[in-house]
Ligand binder design. Structure first.
Ligand SMILES: [Zn+2]
Length: 472
């Protein structure tokens, strides 16, 4: 599938530094890179031509935080809170995942990402109980033609334990070899314990020269103490990715901003699970860079269209609600569709230190691009406000063509090389295994948490008998 590909007559959202929009433009890809952008380009012989008329060509999207192994349980936790999630994965059942279960979930999540135009995904892989699990995760990512960053973690041990194991170092040297399609981070959380046991894991990360990604500012789990400890020990760097950062004081935001790190906002997650209100408003006030993420398909999709949409909605609804409490009206919104499209593309490439290679449609960059086009859809015209169209109108089904590193991985709305039967069979075996070890009753109960009682408010209009008069 390598060689030359030319998109003809696209509306190109370059997402370059000035957000140049190019109507009626051709984009030529040769091998791994974007070779030329212009009108009426001459294609090399044998180039594959894709008619992009009526479509939007944009950079591939970047998801900076996804627990891909959990996709094997797609939708299971739709009605969970964070508490139920922690009990299920951290305390009770996460340990039941075998290496093949990690593999099955990762493969499914990886294809799901490509299908939705997400060309780079951080696999926040915190189910790696052994390096056999880690090998399975890496094998899965290598088996799907996307760009991934393996963020290595293990919720069954303290990070100071797993990161000190010789097998972990051995895994890194065996599997992380500078392959452009597989990056690496260390993924762990900082509890705020004043003895700062996580220090040893940060030292390993520093020694290996790899970034750390951490769930920070998660209500009831991580807080300002963790940020302060990281800062005081010199572990906050421009490469650090703070996930959620939703329940933090201004002091913590100042520390993040001053050290150049970025925040991965998972709005769908924060709204449903309860890490805290999606913090885009606070990040704006503190000048902190943002990327977007979907967190986990045990609740949500792996689809950054949803992230863009919910992030706009959460930011704006908070503004309106607070204004109404002051009896005021918001006449202009801060957060724009253009901004969330930037966060879904450049925001991610910057957060991951990949901005010199991906994140925009520019000559010389790696060819990770997405064509949104769906001639049969009443939603794909008119395209008047292209950023608004991407954020509020388009969806996964409108992802026509996806190219990663110059290779077409989705074409004419269909994934290339996706063996659905094989992937489905592997995921079914994981589900069967989990039901078998937990027992069918616990499995059902886990999916259906109790509903708190709703008390219907007293209604003053029911105090009088409305038809008493007619009865006379
Ligand atoms: Zn997470």
């Amino acid at each position: 599938m390598m060689g030359a590909v030319i998109f003809r007559n696209a509306l190109v959202l370059t997402m370059d530094d000035t957000h140049t929009v190019l109507p009626g433009t051709d984009v030529l890809i040769v091998d791994e890179r974007i070779a030329e952008i212009g009108v009426g380009l001459t294609a090399p012989e044998g180039a594959q031509e894709i008619d992009a008329t009526g479509g939007i060509l944009m950079p591939g999207m970047v998801d900076t935080h996804r627990h891909m192994w959990q996709t094997a349980m797609r939708g299971y936790g739709a009605d969970w809170t964070l508490t139920q999630y922690f009990v299920w994965y951290y305390l009770e059942s996460g340990k039941h995942f075998r290496p093949e279960d990690i593999h099955a979930g990762n493969v499914l999540a990886a294809w799901e990402a490509l299908d939705a135009g997400v060309t780079t995904t951080v696999d926040w892989s915190h189910g790696l109980q052994t390096t056999q699990h880690a090998d399975a995760a890496a094998d899965a990512l290598g088996a799907v033609p996307g760009r991934f960053v393996l963020a290595y973690g293990n919720i069954q041990q303290g990070p100071w334990e797993w990161s000190a194991a010789p097998e972990f170092r051995d895994f890194v040297s065996r599997r992380i070899t500078g392959n452009d399609l597989l990056g690496f981070q260390m993924a762990f959380d900082v509890t705020g314990d004043p003895t700062f046991p996580e220090k040893a894991a940060f030292e390993v990360a520093r020694d290996l020269g790899v970034p750390v990604t951490t769930h920070a500012g998660v209500w009831g789990a991580t807080n300002d103490d963790g940020i302060r400890l990281m800062h005081e020990h010199g572990f906050m760097t421009p490469q650090t990715v703070y996930v959620h950062a939703a329940t933090l004081a201004p002091d913590s935001y100042h520390r993040i901003a001053a050290t150049g790190g970025s925040v991965s906002v998972s709005t769908e997650s924060e709204q449903s699970a309860g890490q805290g209100y999606p913090p885009t408003w606070a990040l704006r006030e503190h000048g902190i860079p943002v990327s977007l993420s979907m967190d986990t398909s045990v609740w949500w999709s792996g689809d950054l269209f949803s992230a863009m949409r919910t992030t706009l909605g959460a930011d704006r609804s908070r503004m309106h609600m607070q204004a109404h409490e002051r009896n005021e009206t918001v006449t202009h919104v801060h957060l724009r569709a253009e901004q969330v499209v930037d966060w879904a593309t450049r925001g991610g490439s910057r957060a991951l230190g990949l901005d010199d290679r991906i994140g925009s449609v520019q000559t010389g960059k790696k060819a990770d691009v997405v064509l949104l086009k769906n001639d049969a859809s009443p939603v794909m015209f008119p395209i008047l406000n292209p950023y608004g169209h991407v954020a509020f109108q388009a969806q996964r089904g409108d992802v026509h063509t996806v190219v990663v590193n110059g290779r077409i991985v989705k074409q004419d709305g269909r994934l290339v090389g996706f063996d659905a039967a094989k992937v489905r069979g592997d995921v079914e075996r994981t589900v069967e295994h989990l039901i078998a070890v937990m027992g069918p009753e616990a499995w059902e109960k886990g999916m259906n948490p109790d509903v708190p009682e709703t008390k219907v408010t007293d209604n003053p209009y029911t105090y009088t008998d409305w038809d008493a008069g007619s009865a006379q």
